[in-house]
Design a protein around this ligand. Structure first.
Ligand code: PRP
Ligand code: URA
Length: 209
């Protein structure tokens, strides 16, 4: 599938196996989510544009590449996406941060919006939407709909674990969006949870339930 990238880096796979383990506690889970976000971000951001700028070294003046154009916006889907933000800002400290607040109705599994704010201007920025889980795809489609409605055009989405159903839905609805997935899991269960998955990502990051 064009614009879909499944990441096979051994460090990403190893860390995903650790977060699947139900014995992994909140501290370690949170740390691992951040580390995976760094590793995925490193790959997903490899096409950031560069421009040569003049820099004076202690030896001489040279032209050397630096990030070009309008900078990055990282947009976590609340709550669980918050766990990936520090990973991206570790790579690009100047990134602006937007928020898209969505929760899934436990019965219908439909996303409900409760808070959305994007950095201004959004039009020229590369926008990286982060969420550990892509299940039915309802939340991701709603997040990208919202960003596009506000003028966002250059959008990448990063998910640590995805279900085939959600990946298909997001890709078919927004084929222009680049989708990065840490691991493509088997399927959704009757409650629209990813199998084998890791359970409720938000609860595991924040120690709730
Ligand atoms: C989870 C997850 C995604 C969404 C995925 O969030 O972080 O945002 O579910 O499911 P979908 O693809 O079927 O929409 P949740 O709604 O549980 O909210 P939370 O992060 O606040 O726990
Ligand atoms: N949200 C989660 O946190 N986990 C799932 O498996 C599905 C949706």
């Amino acid at each position: 599938m064009e614009n879909v990238f499944i990441m096979d880096h051994p460090l990403i796979q190893h860390k995903i196996s650790l977060i699947r383990n139900k014995e992994t506690g909140t501290n370690e889970f949170r740390r691992l989510i951040e580390e995976i976000a760094i590793l995925m971000g490193f790959e997903a951001l490899r096409d950031l544009p560069l421009e040569d700028v003049e820099v004076e070294t202690p030896i001489e003046t040279c032209m050397t590449p630096m990030l070009a154009g309008k900078k990055l916006a990282v947009v976590p889907v609340l709550r669980a996406g918050l766990g990936m933000v520090n990973g991206i800002t570790t790579l690009v400290p100047s990134a602006k941060i937007g928020h898209i607040g969505l929760y899934r109705d436990p019965e219908t599994h439909e996303p409900h919006e409760y808070y959305c704010k994007l950095p201004d201007p959004i039009e020229e920025r590369l926008i990286v939407v982060v969420d550990p889980m892509l299940a039915t795809g309802g939340s991701a489609v709603a997040a990208v709909d919202f960003i596009k409605k506000h003028g966002g055009r250059n959008i990448k989405c990063m998910f640590i674990i995805a279900a085939p159903e959600g990946l298909k839905r997001l890709h078919e609805t927004h084929p222009d969006v680049q989708i990065y997935v840490g691991h493509l899991d088997r399927e959704l269960n009757a409650n629209a949870y990813i199998c084998p998955g890791l359970g409720d990502a938000g609860d595991r990051i924040f120690g709730t339930k």
